[in-house]
Write a protein of this length. Structure first.
Length: 94
């Protein structure tokens, strides 16, 4: 994404920040039994949902149109960077 938008992002600190954030979350959950039980229930619900059915597109989404939009996006983003207009009409329902 950074390449498409011609951005230079320094993400070298992300792995350490992620590790620290996870440790903070783990400590917070460990201190509170109700939170611990809620997290366990969410994990169980997630595992059951993933096992039930594969994740698919939203109802009413035209997958062919979505693919065309994804294929056209890089060229339209380049035109926008050069000062042209970006014509984007999503097929995803709101």
């Amino acid at each position: 994404m950074a390449r498409l938008l011609d951005l230079s992002l320094d993400m070298s600190g992300f792995p350490e920040a992620i590790k620290d954030f996870r440790a903070q979350c783990d400590r917070a959950v460990a201190r509170n039994q109700a939170t611990r039980e809620q997290v366990q229930q969410l994990e169980k619900d997630y595992d059951e949902a993933v096992g039930e059915k594969p994740q698919g597109l939203l109802d009413g989404v035209d997958s062919d149109q979505l693919i065309r939009e994804l294929e056209d996006f890089p060229a339209q983003a380049a035109r926008r960077r050069r000062g042209g207009t970006l014509s984007y009409r999503s097929s995803i329902p709101k």
